[in-house]
Write a protein that binds this ligand. Structure first.
Ligand code: SAH
Ligand code: SF4
Length: 361
C-alpha cells in the first residue's frame, strides 16, 4: 500500500524523504506542491527530478477524502459531505464574509461526548479522522474555491469546529494544524487557526505546550449542575478545573484571552440570573463571549432563545465589561450551521438504538 503524503506534517515528510534517500529541501518542495498548488500528481511536480518522481509514483500517493455532495446555502455558505470509507461521511463548511473566509473542519466521524443540544453528538461516534482526512478537508476546499480575483487565498481562517471533539483526537489534529501553520503548507498564523473544545482539561494543557492556537471553550452553563447535564464531560472536568485550565492557556495563547461559546437554549441557560452567575464564574479569566443562538434539529428537545432574551443576557455580560458577540446563523438552510453537522456516522456506541428503547443515552 503506498503511503499517503497528506498524512505527513513537515517533520514526518522530511523523515520519509530521508528513508527514501532524499534531502530535506526535496520534502519542502513536495509539501509546497501538495498544499500550496493543490497538486496530487507527482508527474506534474515539474521541478522534481525524473528519478524522484518515479520513486514517489511507486511508493506514495496524495489522497484526500472524496466528495459525495456539495451544497450552497442562500447566504453563500457552502457545505461538502466527504466520504471517509465504510459508509462514513464527514462535513466541512465554508463561510464567506466580507473581510475573511472561514473553513470549519471536522476532526472525528461523529462525537463520543454526547452534548445534549448537538446533532453531531446525537449521531453517535465511529472513529477519529486521520491527518490526511483532516488536512484533506482544507486541501480539497482550497482547490474547489480557488484564489480570489486579486490572487488572495479565499480561505483566510480555519476553525476546528466541525464534527467531533478535536482534543479527543489530539495527535492527528495537532499534526494537521502544523500543516495549516507551516510556511510550506498553508502559512496561516496561530491567530487564524482556532480550536474549539468542550473542555478536555489535560489536553488543553498539552495543546498549550505543543501548539497554542486560538482557543474557544464551549461553556454553555454557569454552574456544574446544569453543565453536567448539557455537556456531560463536565462530570469529569468540572468548572473550577476548566477555569484554571483557561488561565494557564492564556499565558501562551496567540491572543490574550479565550473565547467562551455559549449556546442560547430557551428557558434552560438563558436567564438574566444565569448571566450574572456567569460573570462571577469567569471573574479571573481574561475572556470574550460568543453567544450562539441554538440551531434546531429534529427531536432535539430544545428551542432557540428569543432575540429579546439573548439581548438581555448579552447586556448583563457587557455591563460587566465582557466583550460579547452574538454569532450569526449561517447556512442553516443546508444544515450547515453550528451543531447541525451530522454527516454519515456508522455509530459504534449504539446510542441511537438505546435512545429508541427509551434508555437514557
Ligand atoms: N466539539 C467541539 C467543537 C465542535 S462544536 C466543541 O464542542 O466545542 C462547535 C460549537 O457549536 C460548540 O460550541 C458547540 O457547543 C456548538 N453547538 C453544538 N450544537 C449546537 C446547536 N445545535 N446549536 C448551536 N450551537 C451548537
Ligand atoms: Fe461533541 Fe462538541 Fe457536539 Fe459536544 S458539542 S457532542 S463535544 S461536537
Amino acid at each position: 500500500m503506498p503511503v499517503n503524503l497528506l498524512d505527513f506534517d513537515a517533520e514526518r515528510l522530511t523523515g520519509f524523504f530521508a528513508e527514501i534517500g532524499e534531502k530535506p529541501f526535496r520534502a519542502r518542495q513536495v509539501m509546497r506542491w501538495i498544499h500550496q498548488f493543490g497538486q496530487s500528481e507527482f508527474e506534474k511536480m515539474s521541478d522534481l527530478s525524473k528519478g524522484l518522481r518515479a520513486k514517489l509514483e511507486s511508493g506514495a500517493m496524495v489522497q484526500a477524502p472524496s466528495v459525495m455532495s456539495d451544497s450552497t446555502a442562500a447566504d453563500g455558505t457552502r457545505k461538502w459531505l466527504l466520504s471517509v470509507g465504510a459508509a462514513n461521511g464527514i462535513e466541512t463548511v465554508f463561510i464567506p464574509e466580507t473581510s475573511r473566509g472561514t473553513l470549519c473542519v471536522s476532526s472525528q466521524v461523529g462525537c463520543a461526548l454526547e452534548c445534549a443540544f448537538c446533532s453531531t453528538g446525537r449521531q453517535g461516534f465511529n472513529r477519529n479522522l486521520s491527518v490526511a482526512e483532516i488536512i484533506g478537508q482544507l486541501w480539497w476546499a482550497n482547490r474547489a474555491l480557488g484564489a480570489s480575483p486579486k490572487g488572495e487565498r479565499v480561505i483566510s481562517n480555519v476553525v476546528m469546529m466541525g464534527m467531533g471533539e478535536p482534543l479527543a483526537n489530539f495527535d492527528n489534529v495537532v499534526s494537521a494544524m502544523k500543516i495549516m501553520l507551516d510556511d510550506y503548507g498553508y502559512g496561516l498564523s496561530r491567530r487564524r487557526v482556532t480550536l474549539s473544545t468542550s473542555g478536555l482539561v489535560p489536553a488543553m494543557d498539552r495543546l498549550a505546550e505543543q501548539l497554542p492556537v486560538a482557543l474557544e471553550v464551549s461553556l454553555h452553563a454557569p454552574d456544574d449542575k446544569l453543565r453536567d447535564r448539557l455537556v456531560p464531560i463536565n462530570r469529569k472536568y468540572p468548572l473550577t478545573e476548566l477555569m484554571a485550565a483557561c488561565k494557564r492557556y492564556i499565558k501562551v495563547a496567540p491572543r490574550d484571552f479565550v473565547t467562551f461559546e455559549y449556546v442560547m437554549l430557551d428557558g434552560v441557560n438563558d436567564s438574566v440570573g444565569q448571566a450574572k452567575q456567569l460573570v462571577e464564574l469567569v471573574g479571573g479569566v481574561s475572556c470574550k463571549f460568543n453567544l450562539i443562538p441554538f440551531n434546531p434539529f429534529p427531536d432535539s428537545g430544545f428551542e432557540r432563545s428569543s432575540p429579546e432574551r439573548i439581548g438581555a443576557f448579552r447586556d448583563v455580560l457587557m455591563q460587566a465589561g465582557l466583550v460579547t458577540t452574538t454569532r450569526k446563523t449561517r447556512g442553516d438552510d443546508i444544515d450547515g450551521a453550528c451543531g447541525q453537522l451530522a454527516g454519515q456516522v456508522q455509530d459504534r456506541t449504539q446510542r441511537k438504538a438505546k435512545r429508541a428503547l427509551g434508555a437514557p443515552a
